[in-house]
Design a protein around this ligand. Structure first.
Ligand SMILES: Nc1ncnc2c1ncn2[C@@H]1O[C@H](COP(=O)(O)OP(=O)(O)O)[C@@H](O)[C@H]1O
Ligand SMILES: [Mg+2]
Length: 375
């Protein structure tokens, strides 16, 4: 089986994507740890890691603030491992700082209430900032390997579409409506003046929950000079996501609903001319007899019939059957999914471990399943 070894050897940027809760954060950290142990100067950009994993990665809260730069984690070997937690608000502020033409404009934007809201809770803001930070790590040039986790949104596609969505939202053709004088008269009047813009504005209200029109108008006035820079930035972000050094790794659990979404993700990645290089099936039920290939059902059922005598034994046998069935179901679903994948896509299967993977030893447990060389 082709596992992730060559993906790691041939790419500088690895983006772990997938539906919520499938193990993206854990997989990203495990891949980064492995790369670092093999000698690469590695950084992992994590988003919302489970508390204990954050601790293990040295991402403690510092004076009430999360985020706040890269932390070095001691590892054995020549490489190095740094971890970074996405700091959404900080990343927006840094972007404004970089693009603002003057200190005055910068302060007006940073102090604007609508901006503060936008930077924290605009739909897609976290997704966008993950790629924005990725770009920065890439531009800084301090790392051989950058592994990126993606936000805990339910849908994997949000991540791919967020930069475009934000670019559309901040498009200068849309913006021009927000800086008209009648704008601050209220959105009912506004809708009356222009239907299209009215629709845009309603969407904006829905997306942000902000109804303070003057704040919004003021924000767009202040942002005026920044948009050109922003558009260029979004183009840059997509360039990096499409670059040959960037590999997407789709993490999926072998469940029907997750796999359906995963199929959709694969199609969209291809449509966007990005490269899916690997699929990690995570939390696979292996059954007592290996990969679900083992004990055949009839045999087990006859076994179950024979042990009816003892209730405990029966319960045990029933449990055995259930586990075998889960394992077989996983296998069937994975096989069918795999048939739809290009032959250049590596596939790895990681079992569902008995305990959560919250520290370096836990992450290392994934390695033999992800990388042939580690097996
Ligand atoms: N193969 C696995 N076996 C057991 N627990 C796992 C496995 N993969 C992930 N987990 C656990 O599942 C939980 C969710 O994983 P996480 O990586 O945070 O998912 P995501 O980032 O996709 O939301 C974590 O507590 C993690 O330790
Ligand atoms: Mg996560």
């Amino acid at each position: 089986m082709k596992t992730l070894d060559s993906v790691l050897d041939r790419h500088q940027v690895i983006v772990c994507a997938g539906s919520g809760g499938v193990g993206k954060t854990t997989t990203a950290a495990a891949i980064a740890l492995y790369g670092a142990q093999r000698g690469a100067r590695t950084v992992v950009l994590t988003i919302d890691p489970a508390r204990r994993l954050a601790d293990a990665l040295g991402l403690h809260e510092v004076s009430g603030e999360m985020g706040g730069g890269e932390r070095q984690i001691p590892i054995s070997g020549k490489g190095s491992l740094s971890a970074l937690m996405l700091d959404q608000k900080g990343a927006w502020d840094a972007l404004v700082e970089r693009l603002a033409p003057s200190a005055e404009v910068r302060d007006r934007i940073l102090g604007n209430r609508f901006y503060q809201h936008l930077s924290q809770s605009f739909a897609g803001s976290q997704e966008y900032m993950a790629v924005e930070q990725l770009c920065q790590l890439h531009d800084d040039g301090n790392y051989d390997l950058i592994v990126v986790d993606t936000p805990p949104t339910q849908h994997a596609l949000d991540f791919l579409e967020a930069p475009q969505r934000i670019a559309d939202f901040l498009d200068k053709n849309v913006i021009k409506w927000f800086v008209k004088p009648y704008f601050s008269a209220g959105w009912a009047t506004f809708r009356f003046v222009n239907r299209t813009a009215g629709v845009v504005f309603r969407k904006l209200e829905e997306a942000t929950g902000v109804a303070a029109l003057s704040e919004v108008s003021e924000f767009f006035h202040a942002m005026g000079g920044l948009f050109e820079g922003f558009e260029e930035r979004v183009r840059r972000v997509y360039r990096l996501l499409r670059a040959p050094e960037t590999a997407f790794v789709l993490v999926a659990s072998p469940e029907e609903q997750v796999l359906r979404e995963a199929e959709h993700f694969c199609r969209t990645v291809a449509e966007l001319h990005m490269s899916l290089r690997a699929v990690v099936f995570n939390r696979v039920h292996t059954g007592y007899s290996g990969n679900g290939h083992g004990a055949d059902r009839e045999h087990l059922e006859s076994l179950l019939a024979r042990v009816q005598a003892g209730a405990a034994a029966a319960a045990l046998a029933e449990n055995f059957l259930r586990v075998e069935e889960e394992a077989r179901g996983d296998m069937v679903r994975m096989e069918s999914f795999r048939r739809g994948l290009g032959k250049n896509v590596a596939v790895a299967e990681v079992p569902n471990f008995a305990a959560d993977l919250h520290d370096m030893a836990g992450l290392a447990q994934m390695h033999p399943h992800l990388f042939t060389a580690a097996a």
